[in-house]
Design a protein around this ligand. Structure first.
Ligand code: UDP
Length: 325
């Protein structure tokens, strides 16, 4: 299949491209490199430099490459930033997604896969969180993804395309050659590893008074290669029916457990200090992954937090300053 991947130079996008190519698909990466990295783009992928704000650029990419499916990763994705600059999300993320969808539908492309988010579940009533859970976006970021999910719902209802929306929990880990390189970095595991690498003095633990076993927040860390695998499987499954999937390991680990595991793996003491809660954090976010397992036959290959951190540690040790710039 020919797959156009927006954001294929980014963290999850580039690992998905790696797996698509390994499985024999032909891939074009559409990316403006504002957050992605040239060095993350797979050597066998066609690279189309372009910005989703520019409809002509998207149309040209689609008429030139003629994809059978589009996977849409390119977006701003920081909850905190979205609280500070809501229009980067309610504006740019939504407008760019709409531009892409208009072009996709006009060119008759029938398959679309959206990167969505667990930030749709700000007030979960049942843990683990399944697809029936009430949607309460936790930020302009979550809202921007929900708006795109709703657009897809109507494009499906009007028979324009079939889609899968994959609501990621906490993507983490690395493959041999691709890993996490954000600027600024805000995610727990790479920050913890920066302390182990001597690049950061300590890790601030955002609150230890949550209603969780050790008081620190519990998250569902899912290996980026397992996430990527779900995209590949979804490509085939949506022929039958559009779907939304909550995509996590189904296992929760606290900030404290992540720290303990990282200390063991790296052999560094990784000093930490408990500070106040981070606005917007909820105590526990863990996915019920039964639906994605049953429908797609998906199963995480790296479910243990130790495997996830080990892979990230290998990548960060090999690339202490991230990708070559
Ligand atoms: N966290 C922390 N210190 C940090 C960064 C993150 O204690 O420097 C906590 C954060 O409060 C959350 C968990 O680690 O409970 C995972 O945060 P991350 O930003 O990696 O992902 P999120 O869950 O926000 O998507």
């Amino acid at each position: 299949m020919k797959v156009l991947v927006t954001g294929g130079a980014g963290y999850i996008g580039s690992v998905t491209v790696e797996q698509l190519i390994k499985a024999g698909h032909q891939v074009a990466v559409f990316d403006n490199l504002s957050q992605g990295h040239c060095a993350a783009i797979h050597e066998d992928a066609e690279f189309i430099a372009g910005d989703l704000a520019n409809r002509d650029g998207i149309d040209n990419a689609i008429t030139g490459f003629r994809p059978d499916a589009v996977m849409h990763f390119a977006a701003k994705s920081l909850v905190g930033e979205s609280m500070q600059f809501p229009f980067l999300y309610l504006g740019d993320n939504v407008r760019n997604g709409l531009n892409l969808l208009e072009s996709v539908v006009e060119h008759g492309i029938q398959k679309f896969i959206l990167s969505s988010t667990a930030n749709l579940f700000d007030e979960p009533e049942t843990i683990p969180i399944d697809e029936q859970e009430r949607i309460v976006p936790g930020s302009p970021y979550g809202e921007s993804k929900y708006i795109l999910e709703r657009m897809l719902h109507w494009l499906d209802r009007t028979d324009k395309l079939r889609f899968a929306a994959l609501r990621y929990f906490n993507a983490a880990g690395a493959t041999q050659s691709r890993g996490e390189d954000h600027d600024p970095e805000t995610h727990l595991i790479p920050l913890v590893l920066q302390v182990a690498l001597g690049q950061r003095k300590d890790i601030k633990v955002f609150g230890d008074d949550y209603e969780t076993p050790d008081g620190t927040c519990v998250r569902d860390y899912i290996h980026v290669a397992d996430l990527a695998q779900a995209h590949r499987l979804a490509l085939h499954a949506i022929d039958q029916k559009s779907q939304v999937y909550n995509l996590g390991n189904g296992l929760g680990f606290s900030v404290q457990q992540v720290l303990d595991a990282a200390r063991k793996i790296t052999g560094h003491s990784i000093s930490s200090e408990v500070v106040g809660r981070r606005p917007g954090d909820v105590a526990t976010l863990v996915a019920a992954s039964d639906k994605v397992r049953a429908d797609l036959g998906w199963k995480p290959e790296h479910p243990e937090i130790s495997q996830i951190i080990e892979s990230a540690w290998r990548w960060h040790s090999d690339h202490p300053h991230g990708y070559e710039k």
